[in-house]
Design a protein. Structure first.
Length: 242
């Protein structure tokens, strides 16, 4: 008896594995860390340490994804999904004309969103390490900068949130549009790693996730960030005077 995929109603044999396990874990962990950072910020200064831990998580994840975009599996590699401006413009124009081109990994517009989110999330979380709330708490790397620079980075940290939130909304709308107009369930693909074989070719299939390598990279990046934080100088300014 043929096994049927309950979501896409396509036999399992007609799916290809395109997303490795590390990419999928990265994606959903980043979603959780971003939501956690927002919630802990809204809960107030007493949750500041949890907000910082969410920031640490975002930084490690972003750095991991950058490295994985160089050494990871086929569809995780930047050079395999980041296209030039002409191809991206042609893809966008095709969408407006109703042409639905399938890609095994990210499509050209999706690639731009990946780059934008990695850049903005990495910058926001890093700026937060040097920030302060002008009441009780300072970021773990506050001791490296002056009060004026810290306030500027804190402002950047806050302002970037709205840009990131807007990008997230666009991303969600794009996922919904793919499901409605192109019959591509991208959420299911990012959970299982599988996409329907139609339109993407047999060469799209990956045969290993190299999870062991991802674990080692994540551990190394976590230890590096922990070393930087633990060796940061103590703040020279009394936070109460801010």
């Amino acid at each position: 008896m043929t096994t049927i995929d309950n979501v896409n109603q396509i036999p399992e044999a007609e799916h290809h594995q395109v997303w490795d396990l590390p990419v999928r874990v990265f994606h959903w962990t980043l979603v959780g860390a971003f939501i956690g950072a927002y919630v802990t910020n809204r809960l107030g200064v007493s949750y500041f340490k949890y907000h910082v831990w969410c920031g640490y998580t975002v930084i490690v994840l972003v750095l991991f994804r950058i490295v994985w975009g160089i050494v990871g599996t086929r569809h995780a590699l930047f050079h395999n999904f980041v296209r030039g401006p002409l191809e991206t413009a042609r893809y966008a124009a095709g969408l407006l004309r109703g042409r639905h081109q399938h890609y095994p990994g990210h499509n050209p517009l999706g690639a731009l969103m990946v780059l934008a989110l990695l850049l903005s999330l990495g910058l926001q979380a890093s700026a937060g390490l040097f920030g302060n709330d002008e009441i009780f708490n300072v970021g773990p790397l506050y001791g490296y900068v002056s009060k004026e620079v810290s306030l500027q980075l804190t402002s950047l940290h806050r302002q970037l949130f709205y840009w990131i939130a807007g990008a997230v909304v666009l991303h969600v709308l794009a996922v919904i549009a793919h499901h409605v107009f192109k019959q591509e369930n991208l959420v299911h693909a990012m959970i299982t790693g599988r996409k329907p074989a139609h339109g993407i070719g047999g060469a799209a299939h990956i045969h290993a996730s190299h999870t062991w390598l991802a674990v080692l990279l994540s551990l190394a990046l976590t230890l590096a960030l922990a070393w930087i934080v633990n060796h940061a100088p103590e703040p020279l300014t009394d936070i109460s005077s801010l």
